[in-house]
Ligand binder design. Structure first.
Ligand code: APR
Length: 328
């Protein structure tokens, strides 16, 4: 089917987003999508009753929230059929003291199983991966669904950038809408915020704050997920992750062509090959429309490559684990 035909089809009915995993991120994302009138949602979870209960609760809020989109809860992948976007949030969330990498093997098994089932019913969907460790899970989903790389994208850069934007706005006491922040690299301790591309009303923050203050904000961004895990004690962040995924979904469904950082497949860009990692891209109806190569200093490039090496090592561990039968 051509992209034009797909687009026409999606316009002639409500768009459909299936969310695999009805946990904190999944259910919050479902709420955001329907309340913004973006798409009908199919919410799927392995736990019986959970997605059905959440869907019913959200539907009962519909007369009060004045939107016209519906949510269905299910444990059956058949109900995800014909989705425009499949979001994978299924997995185990981080607990205090647990790194994203600790989640690697369990979540590798969960996301590849989910992706295999979902692609059967939605062969034309764009896959948006949210489960951590993000870059590795996105790579595994791409390998599993065997779609072209532009149809598989991971959510992390939008979240990391939103966190840095928040901290910059708080520090300078300016409107967050005037702040732009760019974070590249893997969604982990080696993520790479680029201060000279972070601006307030167009002015780089390097001209607005001392170096040490910028360093502190960057460190807080790197620890952004862990800071929330420590405070919540059970579970991890979900409001901002759900908002970040919704932001990307809007750009895809409405063909907005927004430029945003996301985990995308690199095939030589930034001198990196066969890896998913966070760089700026243009996100539209076909998924990742363009990968944008911004000029990096030698130091920044080396930091991006170090982040890529860490992601690659985890990809190799996960692939080996899955090749050996992955816990089954
Ligand atoms: N199939 C479908 N759903 C599953 C499966 C599976 N095989 N395994 C687990 N789940 C479901 C769980 O039942 C649970 O409802 O995934 C959901 C995960 O929800 P939470 O534990 O609340 O985790 P959440 O905070 O939503 O985070 C999900 O997103 O941001 C990342 O690090 C986070 O990897 C984590 C993911």
């Amino acid at each position: 089917m051509t992209t034009a035909a797909q687009k026409e089809k999606a316009c002639s009915r409500h768009a459909k987003v299936s969310i695999i995993g009805a946990g904190n991120v999944g259910k919050t994302l479902a709420q955001r999508i329907i309340e913004k009138d973006l798409a009908d949602v199919c919410l799927l979870d392995i736990v019986e009753g959970l997605p059905q209960g959440i869907a019913l609760d959200l539907m009962e809020a519909r007369p009060l929230e004045y939107h016209s989109r519906s949510v269905v809860g299910t444990n059956d992948y058949k109900d995800t059929a014909d989705s425009d976007i499949v979001v994978i949030t299924a997995g185990v969330a981080r607990k205090p003291g647990m790194s994203r990498e600790d989640l690697l093997k369990t979540n590798a098994q969960i996301v590849t199983t989910a992706a295999k089932k979902a692609i059967e019913y939605s062969p034309n969907a764009v896959f948006l991966v949210v489960t951590n460790p993000l870059d590795v899970m996105t790579y595994l989903v791409w390998k599993t669904v065997e779609l072209s790389p532009e149809k598989v994208v991971g959510m992390a850069g939008v979240l990391d950038s939103a966190r840095l934007q928040t901290f910059i706005a708080l520090e300078l006491k300016v409107a967050v809408s005037d702040v732009y922040a760019l974070v590249l690299g893997g969604h982990g301790d080696l993520m790479l915020p680029i201060p000279r591309y972070c601006t307030v009303a167009g002015v780089p923050i390097t001209e607005l704050m001392p170096k040490q203050t910028i360093e502190n904000l960057i460190q807080r961004t790197r620890d952004g997920g862990a800071e929330i895990v420590r405070l919540l004690k059970t579970g991890s962040a979900y409001y901002a992750p759900a908002s970040s995924a919704c932001y990307m979904i809007k750009s895809i469904l409405l063909d907005e062509s927004r430029i945003l950082p996301a985990a995308v497949y690199l095939d030589g860009q930034y001198d990196l090959k066969d890896i998913y990692i966070g760089v700026p891209c243009r996100l539209g109806y076909r998924g990742v429309e363009t990968i944008i190569e911004i000029a990096l200093t030698e130091e920044e490039k080396e930091a991006l490559h170090a982040s890529a090496r860490a992601v690659r090592a985890n990809i190799d561990i996960a692939l080996e684990y899955l090749a050996q039968g992955g816990g089954s």
